[in-house]
Design a protein around this ligand. Structure first.
Ligand code: ATP
Length: 361
């Protein structure tokens, strides 16, 4: 790449205001270490933008993002937005749909040195991101939940061949880069014969293009049990939206909790780093949120951009971030309270950034 990588910084709400700056701090240090030229673009979003500019997604945001390679988005606390302000919308679905961020990639990996239910988990859940049950994702306009009578609610779920095919392909591509080369498709086509049936059919078709990767299928209820009892058997897991949402939180719980669950939403052209966790208003403003998930979401963005643009320095920046984080965790230094330590959010970010600088080139 003969130009600087352009990344947006959208802090989001609540602990987003605390963890995103730490992610950017570490990303800046890693880019510098790898000699990767960068341009950063802080952009207002969420409650702060509503208070300052009158919009949670200010006009011009998409036009600006169009000019960028990717961005870091903090969690959005839309539940607390004032209901009586029409401009207080949840910006997240708009970004996801506008940029066709169809694959939500959520790794769950045991980290040596941290208390967790399992010490040897290394799986990635690839969740379809723009369809499924969530009512903001299953219609073009409006909301996909209906209440025909006060006593009855109908929720619709969207599954398309194209959406299923795209997320399946993303899972197989990922599996190909991993040693075990295994994809598990999670669904329940025995009951949801059309919706899950279509998803499963597309997974099987895509599998034919990847003879080096094995495909296995597990019903979602059985998978829930297997995930809790023997998560080590899974490598890459591909599933529909709501199943993936639930199962990825379970997977995070197996390896130490939501503070350790990074994620990337990826599309054909751009990707968005956004941790699995929400805005955690219960701990916001106290400088105790774990920045790991947000920092490692930024790490995933660097890796994705490096592969997408054939930019080895971005891949190197991602590797440097991963190594630095591993060192800090293994040494038990600067751990936040959810990991059993006493460090602040800023202290953990500082420690990882300092470790990046210290690493041998
Ligand atoms: P959403 O529906 O937006 O995903 P949620 O309802 O799942 O949000 P979170 O905001 O993710 O809720 O918080 C769930 C719990 O996990 C809370 O107790 C919160 O404090 C904790 N938590 C979430 N993120 C972190 C973090 N980075 N560090 C420490 N604790 C966290």
């Amino acid at each position: 790449m003969d130009r600087a990588l352009k990344i947006g910084i959208l802090e989001g709400d609540d602990i987003g205001l605390e963890v995103v700056p730490e992610a950017i701090k570490v990303m800046r240090a890693a880019a510098q270490k790898a000699g990767l030229p960068m341009e950063w673009f802080p952009m207002p979003i969420g409650r702060k933008a509503l208070d300052q500019l009158g919009y949670t997604l200010p006009p011009g945001t998409l036009e600006k993002l169009d000019t960028l390679d990717g961005w870091v988005l903090g969690p959005i606390g839309h539940q607390a937005y004032p209901r009586d302000r029409p401009n207080a919308i949840n910006p997240h679905p708009i970004l996801r749909k506008h940029y066709d961020l169809f694959a939500n990639i959520r790794p769950a990996k045991s980290l040596p040195g941290l208390p967790a239910l399992y010490k040897d988990v290394d799986l990635v859940i690839v969740r379809e991101n723009n369809e499924g049950f969530p009512p903001d994702r299953n219609t073009y306009l409006g909301n996909g939940e209906f209440r025909p009578t006060p006593e009855m609610t109908i929720s619709i779920r969207l599954v398309t061949r194209e959406g299923s095919r795209k997320v399946a392909r993303a899972a197989f591509e990922l599996a190909r880069t991993r040693p075990r080369k295994k994809v598990t498709a999670v669904h329940k086509d025995t009951v949801f014969k059309l919706g899950c049936g279509m998803f499963a059919e597309e997974c099987r078709k895509v599998a034919q293009d990847y003879p080096d990767v094995t495909l296995d299928e597990v019903m979602v209820d059985t998978f829930g049990m297997k995930l809790v009892m023997r998560p080590q058997q899974f490598d890459v897991v591909v599933t529909t939206n709501t199943f993936g949402d639930i199962l990825s939180d379970v997977a995070a719980g197996l390896v130490g909790g939501l503070g350790l669950a990074p994620a990337l939403s990826a599309g054909p052209e751009r990707a968005m780093a956004q941790a699995t966790h929400g805005s955690a208003p219960d701990i916001a403003g106290r400088n105790i949120a774990n920045p790991y998930a947000m920092i490692m979401s930024g790490q995933m963005l660097f890796a994705w951009l490096g592969h997408k643009h054939g930019e080895p320095r971005a891949v190197e920046a991602a590797e440097v971030m991963a190594r630095a984080m591993e060192n800090v965790i293994q040494a038990g230094r600067a751990l936040t309270p959810d990991l059993g330590g006493k460090a602040t959010t800023v202290a953990m970010g500082d420690a990882v950034a300092a470790e990046v600088v210290k690493l041998a080139p």
